[in-house]
Write a protein that binds this ligand. Structure first.
Ligand SMILES: Nc1ncnc2c1ncn2[C@@H]1O[C@H](COP(=O)(O)OP(=O)(O)OP(=O)(O)O)[C@@H](O)[C@H]1O
Ligand SMILES: [Mg+2]
Length: 368
């Protein structure tokens, strides 16, 4: 089923939690909603499921107005971050649950349900768990069962709200691949919520980046990584270094920075801000350089340097240790070569730290 959301808005008290969401999810697509805590991801899912009511906007599924449809009639499969299995029921009864409720006339017979559950157990690769109770399962196994329960009703739309959020990294990776396979086999139109970039990019056909109740960007991993649409997305994607530059005819310049690797941009002349990742910054020892190495640490593979500028503050550079130029020792004067980055014209809606090119840039917390 295709989902079309138009200008959806929701307020809780004084807080605008969703501010005009426009999103179309194609039939059979797996879309990830990626965004920081509080950006409105769960609220959007709940509105689609009929568990919350919007203040404005539209929600159509295959052209049908879902706001006129009661939650129970939407046939949604929903999986939450925290396992929501019935503790007193075995796995097979948990899987069967959705098929055993609802109007008697529409309920399948016992044999049909049994066959369907067996099929699901095989399909989800968990037949050995059929007769266990939820307390006898690991977190990853519980989430497989939870997904199975959501799929049992052959949902119109599958909504997954950080289903792997409580699990450790290795199991998350396994489950991600498993979910991708399950999705390819079922072809369910799916919205997957996460605040883990890697998870979103590995799983989804398209990623929707949300920030503060708005969609900041919709795209593939490569588009969002290479061409963030806003300072918010740039920061969220790890471009934690912000430096003031001057643009002339699309070419950025700045004292102490080698920006020759950056492509020309269609941007107005004047003050602008360069957003770069620590991995895209290579310090070059230069006796005339205004940057000084103030800290150097190594993970063996990667060299992490902290560099300080008298007016611009500190930046972090991360480079493969083997490729690092000689002489990058504490105190060494350097200039910075920036291999890639995104430039936004400096406008009023940037955060105050970047609002004036003349101001020192405070050090940002690194996500590394
Ligand atoms: N029932 C509610 N009443 C009041 N405020 C709410 C309610 N539900 C959510 N909010 C607020 O709405 C905002 C968005 O919440 P939401 O749960 O949608 O965010 P989220 O993106 O899912 O965050 P997280 O990644 O932490 O799960 C938050 O500021 C939250 O405090
Ligand atoms: Mg949430």
């Amino acid at each position: 089923m295709s989902i079309e959301i138009t200008q959806l808005a929701k307020r809780f008290g004084q807080t605008n939690v969703l501010r005009g969401i426009d999103l179309k999810v194609e039939k059979g697509e797996l879309v990830a909603l990626l965004g920081p805590s509080g950006s409105g991801k769960t609220t959007l899912l709940k509105i689609i499921a009929g568990l919350e009511w919007p203040d404005a906007g539209g929600l159509h599924v295959d052209g049908i107005d879902w706001l006129q449809l009661a939650a129970k009639d939407r046939r949604i499969g929903f999986v939450f971050q925290h396992y929501a299995l019935f503790p007193h029921m075995k796995v097979r009864d948990n899987l069967a649950f959705g098929l055993t409720v609802g109007p008697r006339a529409a309920r399948p017979g016992k044999d049909v349900i049994r066959a369907k559950v067996d099929e699901l157990l095989q399909f989800l690769q968990i037949p050995h768990l059929a007769d266990r109770f939820p307390t006898q399962l690991s977190g990853g196994q519980k989430q497989r069962v939870a997904l199975g329960r959501a799929l049992a009703i052959t949902p119109n739309v599958l909504l997954l709200d950080e289903p792997f959020g409580a699990l450790d990294a290795a199991i998350r990776r396994d489950l991600r691949r498993w979910l991708r396979d399950v999705h390819e086999a079922t072809g369910s139109t799916t919205i997957f919520v996460t605040h883990d970039q890697e998870e979103a990019f590995e799983l989804a056909d398209r990623v929707v980046v949300m920030g503060d109740g708005q969609i900041e960007q919709i795209g593939t991993a490569d588009q969002i990584h290479d061409h963030p649409a806003s300072p918010f997305v740039a920061r969220f994607m790890g471009a934690t270094v912000e430096l003031p530059v001057h643009l002339q005819a699309g070419r950025p310049t700045a004292d102490g920075l080698d920006l020759t690797a950056l492509t020309r941009r269609p941007l107005p002349d004047g003050a602008a801000t360069l957003f770069a990742r620590p991995q895209d910054i290579t310090p070059q020892p230069d006796p005339a350089g205004a940057w000084r190495v103030t800290r150097r640490s190594s993970t063996g593979a990667q060299l992490r340097l902290l560099l300080t500028h008298p007016t611009l503050g500190e930046v972090e550079a991360d480079l493969p240790r083997r490729d690092a130029p000689e002489g990058l020792v504490p105190g060494a004067p350097s200039r910075l070569r920036i291999a890639a980055g995104t430039i936004f014209a400096t406008t009023a809606h940037h955060r105050s730290a970047t609002a004036s090119a003349a101001q020192p840039i405070p050090r940002k917390e690194s996500h590394l």
